[in-house]
Design a binder for this molecule. Structure first.
Ligand SMILES: Cc1cc2nc3c(=O)[nH]c(=O)nc-3n(C[C@H](O)[C@H](O)[C@H](O)COP(=O)(O)O)c2cc1C
Ligand code: SF4
Ligand code: SF4
Length: 306
């Protein structure tokens, strides 16, 4: 038994050097697959595992004597590393300061983002939690303005071919099946987006991805948790901020390129391997705008149960 992903569909193997196991039980308590148990003061692989080892690695990471090895599902003990010192972790105040200073940036200096910076963003984004390991997040990286522009032009051309979807007649006909919120969204958001993405691109204005120096499209697979690419994109955005870049999330492209033959052909042209429920583009570059103040944002609702 195991949980399939596009990378692997086999459970991992767990081996224990029993002679050196102290029987402390820490690995047992962190394994939420219930795949380990203590027998005669030593840990053993149990036959009560829920899924078969998912290779989260928690048992290896917690073991004080280093006697557990997990191999498989893309994990191996060679991937273990020493934790950075606690003194290197940002304080709440410095994290909050970075979050408060962040703005969605859509105006960029004509300065390229170096490959090392792109690598750092990707390194940080890969630390993101996922529904289940191994990550089934895929990333398309566009590393210069030419590629970013070319992606936007192709997307705009693709939209032209499916523009009938936003026609007034179709929206009126579809209204009874869509529900009020969807219909309002189509009229007030999707239709104007079609207009500006297609008509303005023809005039040379790229409001799709703003000719950013770097763009990354995070998407999942039919197996991944829909939230996974969104969380990875958020980590990438925060890493970009920490590296002094301006960033902006762009949600408008993903839904358009999921369904139909033309969408599939678009995905194939750009090496996008899967349609997926959720996906997000993040753009990066050196900001050409300076915000002097922030605004306090609030959730729609925070309901605390007494
Ligand atoms: C999921 C998501 C999707 C977004 N999609 C777009 C987009 O397609 N185009 C765009 O210009 N901005 C997009 N944004 C940026 C928002 O418009 C922006 O966050 C909002 O205007 C508030 O500005 P702030 O981020 O500076 O607080 C998106 C943001 C998020 C979180
Ligand atoms: S890797 Fe995770 S699932 Fe596998 S035995 Fe260790 S804690 Fe359990
Ligand atoms: S954490 Fe390590 S030492 Fe402790 S029971 Fe598990 S394998 Fe043995």
């Amino acid at each position: 038994m195991s949980i399939p992903t596009t990378r692997t569909n086999a459970p991992a193997n767990v081996s224990i050097d029993s002679a050196k196991c102290s029987g402390c039980g820490q690995c047992v308590s962190v394994c939420k697959d219930f795949g380990l148990e203590i027998v005669d003061n030593k840990v053993v692989v149990s036959n009560k595992a829920l899924f078969g080892c998912i290779a989260c690695g928690h048992c290896m990471m917690v073991c004080p004597t280093g006697v557990i090895a997990v191999e498989g599902r893309t994990l191996s003990p060679v991937q273990l590393f020493e934790l950075p010192d606690k003194s290197q972790v940002p304080s709440y105040e410095s994290l909050l300061a970075m979050l408060q200073r962040r703005r969605s940036i859509r105006e960029f200096k004509d300065v390229p983002v170096k490959k090392e910076i792109v690598d750092k963003i990707l390194e940080a984004a890969q630390t993101a939690p996922t529904g289940l390991p191994p990550s089934d997040v895929h990333v398309l990286v566009l590393e210069n303005r030419k590629q970013v522009r070319s992606f936007a032009e192709d997307f705009s051309g693709y939209l032209k071919g499916v523009r009938w979807m936003s026609s007034n007649l179709l929206l009126a006909l579809a209204r009874p099946f869509m529900g009020k919120a969807n219909n309002e969204m189509m009229h007030d958001f999707v239709k104007p987006v079609f207009d500006i993405y297609v008509d303005d691109m023809d005039k040379g204005n790229n409001w799709i991805n703003y000719d950013a120096p770097v763009a990354m499209y995070f998407y999942g697979s039919p197996y991944s948790d829909p939230a996974d690419p969104i969380i990875a994109a958020t980590y990438a955005m925060l890493a970009g901020e920490a590296l002094g870049l301006g960033t902006c999330m762009l949600g408008a492209m993903h839904p358009f390129i999921q369904h139909g033959k033309k969408a599939r052909l678009f995905r194939e042209r750009w090496g996008i391997k899967y349609a997926s429920r959720e996906g997000l583009v993040v753009i990066f570059g050196y900001s050409n705008v300076h915000y002097r103040q922030g605004v306090k944002r609030t959730f729609a609702d925070i309901h605390r149960v007494n």
